[in-house]
Design a protein around this ligand. Structure first.
Ligand code: NDP
Length: 480
């Protein structure tokens, strides 16, 4: 793609004098978008179609996983255009593909620092500076925790912030489980967990559910769910291996009783992710970015907010997407007004179509390939575990687990980079329960690294690609 300016006047490429040699060499971005939920990707789609070649910093671990909260949701039934609903991670895959198709550039990393005291703005990611004329903050919000006295002790051993990610783990099968919260997330998770647990207790601190009527009706009509009104969790108890009860307190009387459950799932709302800019922009008392009413402009010209980071009230996928659109159009206008936009000229006026995502087939005797980089299922695992001379990565996933969705392409990329010197297998713990039990998996994603049938290392949750690569490389024979 070739670069061209939008207006007639020369570009303002001025930089301040703090480190001139280095910074003058840096390209100045038209627009950097921070965050990859529906707000970030919608902003990217609009800005890319405006030929602004936006750079989108997806985030990685700070403030949740790439794709945002929809990555930890199952069926999204209220996003227009999907009459039968769509899985949250699938919706985000589509948004991402659409943004890429129109020329968004992605940086799959956390933004580490944002300095709004100078123009162009300075963003640091992966340790390198990025200069931007305009900025869209779409950093979303992170799941809250209850901070129970025993929370750390039972974290991932009964207590989880994501029923959708962890519900399928063997320890929760046919056990009584509890969800705290009364919003859409709590109701959705309670219904979801009835698939795995023998009974689900929904712990609600108030006298009514805050969730949408359709979702609340579904919970109240489900005989596998009991709602405990005006109740709160005081603590959890168990043995060294796993939680086996919670202490349930009646808020009106203060009385406490033990409720035997093997799982406790938090769905108690979110806190906006503003750490990187909270001292530089105006926030409201609850910590949300303040924008002009109904508009994306923040307290600083050229900086726009989109999605949950500035929305304490609506917080829907569709409202986030709408605000992303507004933010991109506002940034485009601002760049144009100040004659700062450097637009790209497309070589292909019609970008290639994306098509449907490819799914890995489950390996069996007929299609197992001993040299394949990535395979799926128990058959492939047994074969490779016994016969593979290379380091073997095994990733345990569950069907609607968003973090698994994020992690798998990262692992595949590592294996591709290593050019066949290591291989990978994916195990769906819902389909292969026995394997998950044998492997001691207590949540997804879990990654295990084997060499010659020996477990070398294990990771829980999403980690940086470099961490896996270094661990595998340490097992490879030194080059001669
Ligand atoms: P909400 O903020 O809507 O609800 C949080 C719930 O947690 C409330 O019931 C709140 O109680 C309760 N709570 C908060 N703190 C505590 C605490 N310390 N102890 C006990 N309970 C507590 O968050 P959600 O994550 O449910 O939803 C966020 C947004 O996402 C909403 O706009 C929702 O509509 C949307 N959403 C949509 C979905 C869908 O359409 N598929 C799925 C999930 C979410 P109280 O009511 O008393 O304040």
């Amino acid at each position: 793609m070739a670069l061209t300016t939008m207006g007639d006047q020369p570009l303002d490429r001025s930089v301040d004098s703090t480190s001139p040699g280095q910074e003058e060499a840096e390209a100045i971005e038209n627009l950097v978008i921070v965050g990859s939920g529906p707000a970030g990707y919608t902003a990217a789609i609009y800005a890319a179609r405006a030929n602004l070649s936006p750079l989108l910093i997806t985030g990685f671990q700070d403030g949740g996983i790439p794709g945002g909260q929809l990555m930890t949701t199952t069926h999204v039934e209220n996003f227009p255009g999907f009459p039968d609903g769509i899985l949250g991670p699938d919706l985000m895959d589509r948004c991402k593909a659409q943004a890429l198709r129109w020329g968004t550039r992605l940086l799959e990393a956390d933004a580490e620092a944002i300095d709004l005291s100078r123009r162009p703005f300075l963003i640091t990611a992966e340790g390198r500076p990025i200069r931007a004329q305009t900025l869209i903050l779409a950093t979303g919000a992170s799941a809250n925790r209850l901070q129970l006295p025993s929370e750390e002790r039972f974290w991932s051993r009964g207590i989880s912030a994501c029923a959708i990610c962890d519900g399928a783990t063997p320890q929760f099968r046919d056990e009584e489980l509890a969800v705290v919260g009364g919003g859409d997330s709590a109701c959705e998770e309670a219904v979801y967990l009835t698939k795995y647990g023998s009974h689900v207790h929904l712990i609600v601190r108030g006298e009514q559910l805050r969730a949408s009527a359709a979702m609340a009706d579904r919970v109240l009509a489900n005989p596998a769910i009991s709602v405990h009104w005006r109740s709160q969790v005081a603590d959890a108890s168990g043995d060294d291996a796993w939680m086996n009860a919670i202490l349930l307190q009646d808020i009106a009387t203060g009385s406490i009783r033990e409720l035997p459950v093997r799982g406790l799932f938090y769905a108690i709302g979110h806190t906006p992710n503003t750490r990187l800019f909270r001292d530089q922009l105006q926030l409201n008392a609850a910590g949300y970015l303040i924008t002009q009413p109904g508009r994306p402009e923040t307290s600083l010209e050229g900086v726009y907010a989109a999605g949950d980071v500035a929305d304490a009230e609506w917080r829907q996928g569709i409202t986030a997407a709408g605000s992303g659109c507004q933010a991109a159009l506002a940034a485009e206008r601002w760049l144009s007004h100040h004659n700062l936009a450097v637009t790209v000229r497309r070589d292909n006026v019609e970008p290639l179509e994306v098509g449907e995502p490819k799914r890995t087939a489950i390996s069996d005797e007929a299609n197992f390939d001993p040299a394949a980089l990535w395979q799926k299922g128990g058959f492939a695992l047994r074969k490779l575990y016994h016969e593979c001379p290379n380091p073997l990565i095994v990733v345990y996933t569950s069907p609607s687990c968003g973090p698994c969705h994020v992690l798998k392409p990262q692992l595949k990329r590592v294996l591709e980079e290593l050019g066949g010197r290591a291989q990978g297998v994916e195990i769906d713990i819902e389909a292969d329960q026995e394997i998950a039990v044998q492997a001691g998996v207590s949540g997804t994603p879990t990654v295990q690294l084997f060499l010659n049938k020996e477990l070398q290392q294990q990771w829980k949750g999403v980690k940086q690609r470099s961490e896996f690569r270094q661990a595998i490389e340490a097992l490879l024979p030194a080059p001669v």
